[in-house]
Design a protein around this ligand. Sequence first.
Ligand SMILES: [Zn+2]
Length: 341
Amino acid sequence: MAPQTFRPERRHLLRHGLALGLSGTLLLPPVQRWAQAADDFIRGPAVPDQPLQRLSPRVAMVFAADGFPTPENRGMMANIIFVLTSVGVVVLDTGASVQIGEMAIRRLRTLTDKPVVAVVNSHYHGDHFLGNDAFVQAFGPALPIHAHPAARAQIQGMAGNAWRSLMERWTNGATMGTQVVPPDRDAGHGTTLRFGDTTLKFHHHGRAHTEADLCVEVLEDGVVYVGDVAMNGRIANMDDGSYLGTLKTFDTLERDVPGALWVPGHGHASRTLLAEQRLLFSGIYRNCEAAVKAGEDEAQARRRVLADPTVAAHAGRTQGWDGNIGKYISLAYLEAEKAAF
Ligand SMILES: [Zn+2]
């Protein structure tokens, strides 16, 4: 781990209008000062501007090069998508901190002066909703934030604060100052929202990356933001997921939106993304299934998976492979055991 590379900012202190002495020290009793410092004043640094990619006439993306949070990237690990409509901007996922959300708004301002009129959170993992804070601060508390009902419940409950704490730890405090702002509108499979000249259609096919994933189709452009149902060049966190559910979701999306440009939460957009990821997911799962049927243990399943050329082809181009493939196979083996029971 690299040493801490930033100093806490005092911006909040000034914003809250608290009294400063001539020497710059606070005119507050020490205990109160300490409590406020811990709660309020300590704020991670700004996140440097990240590259913006135009994906279609209506869709642009702030691209995250890294797949995992570190002190150096300050939590910038997930893509943020802008849908530019005639009545304003819809933001699909908001990043892992208030600072990342603020950076995304700076990048958006190079594309349009129109306001953000809605936000969607694709699921309840913190790299996709912790930036909501910045958008609500900039565009007002009435800004609608849409999510699957189960994602809303998770973010309002334990997952919201748990993810905020995890992100602070992984980034060595760079995301400090972020408040959890949960989504306030339900969306589900078939929900359609109209924004002027643009139609957003939501897809959900049961548990895939989580039980609460929403994929968002920008109908007029043939673009589908799939969140973390598929990633490009990064291994997924499958702790809340299902291999069979993921494969079913891929099949159904390809049937319902043929030829789409698939935009993942992590990595580059591509028209072949689901086809490629299907090979990886089915390569892992089908080998575990075969091992279970043959009465083999998990170690033998692991050997089968790693010997499969369709799986091995992903190893060199997938961030987090060595650290996660073992757990990934364990989860597939468990799911295959459950399915065989
Ligand atoms: Zn993610």
